[in-house]
Design a protein around this ligand. Sequence first.
Ligand code: ZN
Length: 77
Amino acid sequence: MLKCRDVTALGSDHLDGHTSTAKKLQVQLHLMICKHCRRFVRHLNRSRQTGAAIARRLWRGDDQAAARIMESLKKPD
Ligand SMILES: [Zn+2]
């Protein structure tokens, strides 16, 4: 059984699908029983998506959109 620290270390690889099938199943099993790691992986995924969205907007030169995204990050969930 994976421990929380194992799941947090594997978080990015898990989201990218870069873990072995056995490790993927171990992570999924842990996520089924651990709300803390579910929250961590959900927030990690959200952070990655937000970072990618900001990068795309900045790449296109849309500074206002990037500023709106940054402002929305200051709001609590
Ligand atoms: Zn956990």
